[in-house]
Design a protein. Structure first.
Lengths: 351, 351
DNA sequence: ACCGATCTTGAGAGCGTTCTCAAGACTTGT
DNA sequence: ACAAGTCTTGAGAACGCTCTCAAGATCGGT
């Protein structure tokens, strides 16, 4: 039986190096005003003993908690997960978060919260009290929730809102939704398409509006109409089926669809198949999100890649470093990219 | 400007209820020996004030940290993520973990560790010192790593190893790999297949061996040969391409392949396509993992669904509850299921 | 009623860290 | 060489909680 090793504390290091606790603390935190010689001696002791400060104790002593909390929607996450749909937001956030946090000595935690329940405040409040995070990242639809932002403001916890339009406290980040929709639409225009429809997300999401705006602007610039070419879904597969059917029935001359989620794009692909339309020969398709599944459909889908991980990374850096310009109310835009695969092609020749 | 609310501490509750800190603590922790009347009074104060204990303070005072740490391989996770391949392990673990943890008042954190670097110990040691988790969950290949298990044993941190054969400390959990491979193979035998190949994972992974064993046993039971029908990949797409080509060239009468990962199954599908073989008419295909992508291929793949989330959930419950039978060295088996889709069919008639 | 055992409650220390503040060691300017 | 700063270091309190231990309240048996 190996003897259980006692935890190495700051006191052990102080004794080993023959200095006070305070000096060790200063060295650990890179504080100023420590003579180089002493600093080296302490650092040597730290390395030798393998000392790492206890997060809990650091938090206790009134300094930071070194925890960033990401809030996700429980219902949607669980549904995605249960149906093995791919929990894109969660893993993208988590990875972007973990990487960025660890770079700065922070940790990321994910909290699932019920958006629609009356006790959002209660649930979130409990998490905040327990964890006392140094920052919170809100994704849609939580980033649009007034109750939540008010709660965070009241507790003076810095937070970042991703994909929200609502003004107010907190840094805001967007993933260039309008620009991406504009880009995708313009690309389809270049390919000769004249009737380009959009299946949008629900209107409660600010990003739905941005995408519609980008699409409209591109159409207007090309002198193309948008009447009858917009349908609204809920990001899910079934809503995509309904929307795609409606669009294709109403517009016999439709040659391109932009869907506001991969699931809805998959649904559009399915509808095309059931109507005997070949993608991309008869119908071009662009989706939003670029989750792993769209690479393996037949054909692989052209998609707008949402830079979730990068956006979260940016959010975290502002949160912890209070990076220059991290004023409340500032808006940071991370650009999305269009990944062209095989679901887009020149418009069919209507000879 | 709303006034910033001060954190509610146990002291506030004690004052409000007119009792000592200790009594509040007992109520919060469900301690024994508190008169019902007093308990109710304290509970009322807790509810009124919205008190939630600080995790950091709890940890400090020598009790538990209420943190479960899951260790994942950094390299593999990052590669999966960068290529938008779907980080199945991460999100499945995370979700199973978050759900189970929150049910018991715990939190889950994910740590990415370099398996192949010499400083695994250093990296992991730092995480353990900082977080002081109450339990650690190890997935392959970390669950097979002696250095890691020794480190955890030395620090007396309970840990669970998923998918490892290596004896030693810690609870072990498997996802019924042998059984699942046996099940899949038997199903193919029932469909009339006589030449059933396997593309296995690397031999360092215990689960590779288990799957091969299950496959071999099923073949033996059916009186079928296994010579020349085994190829080894590294779970990745490219290795699957090589393995599938080799198998099909070497065995002209091959009618079924079981791949030990979704990526390798996708590769086999690709190879079938390039050789003009129709799946499932000419070749049946079964994959392992059942990540979201295999539902959207053409045809959708029959797959062994790895119950990662459930396994993690079980691991956590043993770790925190020290559930009955959580003896070190115990092995818990969670059964995997076969999800039949359209990549399997009766063996072609060799007339 | 009385004695010992058991319940219930509270007081005080301690967990590992950082914060505040004060004391001593150097500088610098004259 | 002396006063007035500036650096460097350390002592002690504080953070919010649970642990240990002791004191008072209550109970059961005679």
């Amino acid at each position: 039986m190996a003897r259980v090793r006692k935890t190495v504390t700051i006191r052990d290091v102080a004794e080993d190096a023959g200095v006070s606790l305070q000096t060790v603390s200063r060295v650990v935190n890179g504080g100023p005003n420590v003579r180089p010689q002493l600093r080296d001696k302490v650092q040597a002791a730290i390395d030798r003993l393998g000392y790492v400060p206890s997060l809990a104790a650091q938090r206790m002593s009134g300094s930071r908690s070194y925890i960033i909390l990401a809030i996700n929607d429980r219902e949607r996450t669980l549904a995605d997960w249960r149906e093995r749909r791919g929990t894109d937001w969660v893993d993208q956030m988590l990875l972007g978060g973990i990487l960025t946090c660890s770079k700065h000595g922070y940790r990321m935690m994910v909290e699932l919260v019920d958006t629609h329940s009356d006790h959002v405040e209660r649930e979130l409040g409990a998490a905040l009290s327990a964890l006392q995070p140094d920052g919170v990242i809100l994704t849609p639809p939580h980033s649009e929730n007034r109750l939540i932002t008010a709660l965070l403001a009241e507790r003076a916890i810095p937070f970042a809102r991703i994909g929200s339009d609502a003004p107010g406290a907190g840094i805001r980040l967007t993933m260039g939704d309008a620009g991406a929709a504009h880009l995708a639409t313009t690309r389809l225009v270049q390919l000769g398409h004249k009737r380009i429809a959009m299946i949008a997300g629900p209107s409660q999401y600010s990003l739905s509006g941005w995408r519609i705006a980008g699409w409209r602007r591109a159409l207007a610039e090309a002198g193309l109409p948008d009447e009858g070419l917009l349908e609204v879904g809920d990001f899910g597969f079934d809503s995509g089926i309904r929307a795609a059917r409606t669009l294709l029935e109403r517009n016999p001359d439709l040659t391109a669809i932009i869907a506001s989620s991969d699931q809805m794009a998959l649904a559009a692909l399915e509808v095309a198949r059931e109507r005997g339309l070949d993608v991309p020969r008869d119908l071009s398709l662009v989706s939003f999100d670029n989750t792993p599944i769209v690479r393996f459909t037949q054909p692989p889908l052209t998609a707008v890649d949402q830079p979730i991980a990068e956006t979260v990374a940016r959010a975290i850096e502002h949160l912890i470093a209070r990076a220059p310009g991290a004023e409340d109310g500032e808006v940071i835009e991370v650009a999305a990219a269009l990944v062209e695969r095989s679901s887009t092609a020149p418009a069919p020749d209507r000879g």
